[in-house]
Write a protein that binds this ligand. Structure first.
Ligand code: G3H
Length: 529
């Protein structure tokens, strides 16, 4: 199904990328030890064969500790250059970084396509969205800083309140957005004055290589540390040290729970987590079916369903389910599969080689329990792909109902009474978002009022998504811990801290002197425009 001969030169792999350094203590340190090969599931030859893209270091516990010490030293109990730096100077470092980052767009986009199979428009969007996120973060931080450029006075006490850093952050991102989602943690953590240890995701790791120099040259030594290797080997001892103040992770709750449990002082560890979800769509009898079908296609199958925000189960009212299924299954079969750079490729190779087998297991289990595959191409398998299967009727005993499939299979459940999907959502371990399709406000109103208490975003007549990034991205129950929007992320990685002084001549003279001489970076009423 893939067209290996037509790999455009701009996107072909001209040479292997050997990442042979890691970033610690402000230095790109040479690594001569063990390495791991990085493969793409996309073939470059006529007979299917995964493509070798390059190698990355397999660092050990010693290097993990080296990175931890470097970050701890840069924070230096809050006395480090970075956590005490003027806001305007931290912003200047971030601007330097993003300017350099922008020059690497082509290389990063190419690696995104090869490493995780994301199509060209979405890979470009991931890069551009991340650059925008950085600029928006800078603006949001300036606003926070402007808002705090003042003294308050209550009950005879002056207070100069700002947001300060939390300490050392361990940052781990997911493979489906190895650039964007990792940076939505990394960038706010850094700009607020924390120091960071960052381990790239299990897939989508080489795409960080083009940015290594920018990280190294834009920030003071030890502020950003980048390590490569297995999470278990690196992250476990880092957590066990008790020196991590924030665990920032987007990915799997198993990893998050395991890492959290390694920290010896649970109550000292702050967490910023984006975890699993099983977002449902609810299609009401009066829904505009064409619109619902179109949005459910985007919702279930953008990036082959490998999104935490993907629609992972469709509840369709029994009165319209047959027609919905007919139109939906037809549209699914019309989607084009191809390599990421092929024009119009909506479905692309799956980056996890075991994923087609797993999806097949879900299909087989559903078929054994009485469901059918509605679309002709559903379940057709090639070396690196399984065509999305629309499965109906799905019942609660099926694995595809219970598990977060994170891939191309779409369970459809029919309902007679709206309480059925509502009860299921209340019982579910997840609570991120829902898509609600319908028109009559008398039906929608009570539903909206309930749904907002079951999830954190109700998408009216549209698929679920994270963006625009200025809106809160979070979830209830096991789906998230903390909130990430451009603004909220800055709050999540900081804490309010302030200087208080009684209103008397003695203190006021000191404060005036501090403000006049600008000797403190914290006490300042300067306005950043
Ligand atoms: O994997 C989860 C992502 O946060 C989804 O972001 O809705 O923009 O694809 P998205």
């Amino acid at each position: 199904m893939s067209d290996f001969q037509n790999i455009p030169q701009a996107y072909s792999i001209a040479s292997l990328l050997h990442q042979n350094t890691y970033l610690v203590g402000g230095e790109l340190k040479q690594w001569t030890g063990a390495t791991a090969e990085v493969f793409s599931t996309i073939s470059s030859t006529e007979d299917y064969k995964p493509t070798l893209l390059g190698t990355v270091p397999q660092l050990g516990e010693k290097e993990a500790m080296e990175a931890l010490n470097s970050a701890t030293l840069a924070y230096n109990k809050g006395q480090g250059l970075w956590p005490t730096m003027k806001v305007v100077d931290r912003i200047a470092c971030m601007e330097r970084f993003v300017e350099q980052m922008k020059t690497k767009r082509e290389e990063v986009v190419r690696l995104l396509m090869w490493e995780i199979g994301k199509n060209l428009p979405d890979s470009e969007k991931e890069f551009d969205r991340t650059v925008d996120y950085i600029y928006d973060t800078i603006e949001a931080y300036k606003q926070i800083d402007r808002d705090s450029a003042k003294f308050e006075k209550n009950s005879g006490v002056y207070a100069h309140i700002r947001r300060g850093p939390l300490g050392v952050v361990l940052c781990l991102g997911p493979y489906n957005y190895p650039l964007n989602e990792t940076f939505t943690l990394l960038i706010p953590a850094l700009i607020m004055g924390n120091t960071v240890i960052f381990k790239p995701a299990k897939l989508g790791v080489l795409l960080i290589s083009p940015l290594m120099e920018a990280f190294q040259s834009s920030f003071p030594r030890g502020v950003v540390n980048i390590v490569y290797g297995r999470g278990r080997v690196l992250a476990t001892p880092i957590m066990q040290s008790g020196k991590i103040d924030v665990l920032a992770l987007i990915g799997n709750s198993k990893s998050a729970n395991a890492l959290q449990a390694e920290h010896p002082k649970g109550n000292r560890l702050r967490m910023v987590l984006g975890l699993e979800a099983k977002n449902p769509a609810i299609v009401l009898p009066d829904a505009d079916l064409d619109l619902a079908v179109e949005e459910c296609i985007t919702g279930t199958l953008s990036f082959n369903g490998q999104r935490c925000t993907a629609l992972k189960v469709l509840y369709v009212h029994e009165s319209i389910v047959e027609e919905f299924n007919r139109r939906f299954a037809q549209k699914v079969d019309q989607l084009k599969f191809g390599n990421p750079w092929e024009p119009g490729a909506k479905l692309t190779p799956l980056p996890e080689k075991e994923k087609p087998g797993y999806i097949q297991e879900l299909i087989d289990d559903a078929l054994n329990k009485g469901a059918k595959v509605l679309n002709e191409k559903g379940g057709q398998t090639t070396d690196n792909f399984i065509f999305p299967a629309v499965i109906y009727p799905v019942t609660k005993d099926m694995r595809v109902y219970k598990e977060e499939q994170f891939g191309p299979v779409i369970p459809v459940v029919s309902f007679a009474d709206i309480d059925e999907p509502l009860d299921d959502m209340a019982e579910s371990n997840y609570g991120q978002q829902v898509s609600l399709f319908g028109k009559d406000i008398n039906t929608l109103s009570p539903l909206i009022d309930t749904l907002v208490n079951l999830v954190c975003r109700v998408n009216l007549n549209s698929s679920c998504q994270r963006g625009p990034d200025v809106y809160p991205f979070t979830g209830r129950k096991d789906s998230a811990y903390g909130t990430l929007s451009v603004h909220d992320a800055l709050r999540s990685f900081s804490i309010r801290t302030f200087v208080a002084s009684k209103d008397n001549d003695y203190n006021n003279a000191i404060l005036n002197e501090l403000l006049k001489r600008k000797t403190s970076n914290f006490i300042s009423t300067d306005y950043i425009l």
